[in-house]
Design a protein around this ligand. Structure first.
Ligand SMILES: [Zn+2]
Length: 195
């Protein structure tokens, strides 16, 4: 019998992080619970409209980037390496006179990630006041160390720079933390801000 599932299964298999078993499992969910497909449509609609700011790379909610406006008057600037880190932090810190610089990963020659392709050059140029303290929320990986070293070279000497990498340590990103670890991370960060 012709396998009518082969084509859709092939599509799912191409998705990031999808192995053969995971794709079959997901396809089975779609088959047995078709209402989930409605949610998939919502996801597609979302991504069709999804845009990020060309300067700071944060998601745009209207034509003026709120984060770029915040960057002009921020009391602190946080540099995060991944969009998921941004998602986990923005609710707590965006409103507290913090602005964010969101990178597209760490600078890494191994993965062909340059200061341009990560958005680092553009973002640092958008900082108007060189006296605003910058907190670097990286991990302790080699790529993160390298990226921090590049940031130090690109910023004016007078800019206060705080390396908060020991908070995340060897963990890959904020996204891998459990809810409890994330809560503790945020609390430690708040403590550092108030000290
Ligand atoms: Zn922006």
């Amino acid at each position: 019998m012709h396998n009518i599932f082969a084509k859709p299964l092939d599509v799912i298999k191409q998705w990031p992080s999808m192995g053969p078993i995971a794709s079959q499992r997901l396809f089975n969910t779609f088959l047995t619970n078709r209402s989930t497909l409605k949610d998939l449509k919502k996801l597609v609609d979302f991504f069709e409209k999804y845009e990020t700011c060309s300067l700071c790379q944060t998601p745009l909610t209207d034509s003026n980037c709120q984060n770029c406006m915040a960057l002009k008057h921020a009391k602190k600037i946080l540099i995060v390496p991944h969009i998921l880190d941004f998602l986990l932090l923005c609710e707590d810190f965006w409103q507290q006179e913090c602005a964010l610089i969101l990178l597209n990963g760490y600078v890494s020659p191994l993965y062909q990630q340059s200061p341009d392709s990560t958005g680092l050059n553009r973002a640092l140029q958008s900082i108007e006041n060189p006296d605003v303290p910058i907190h670097i929320l990286f991990n302790r990986s080699l790529e993160a160390r390298g990226t921090l070293w590049i940031i130090k070279g690109l910023l004016p000497k007078s800019t206060p720079l705080y390396d908060e990498s020991e908070l995340l340590g060897s963990k890959e990103s904020l996204f891998v933390l459990s809810a409890k670890e994330l809560e503790s991370y945020k609390m430690q960060l708040q403590l550092k801000f108030s000290s």
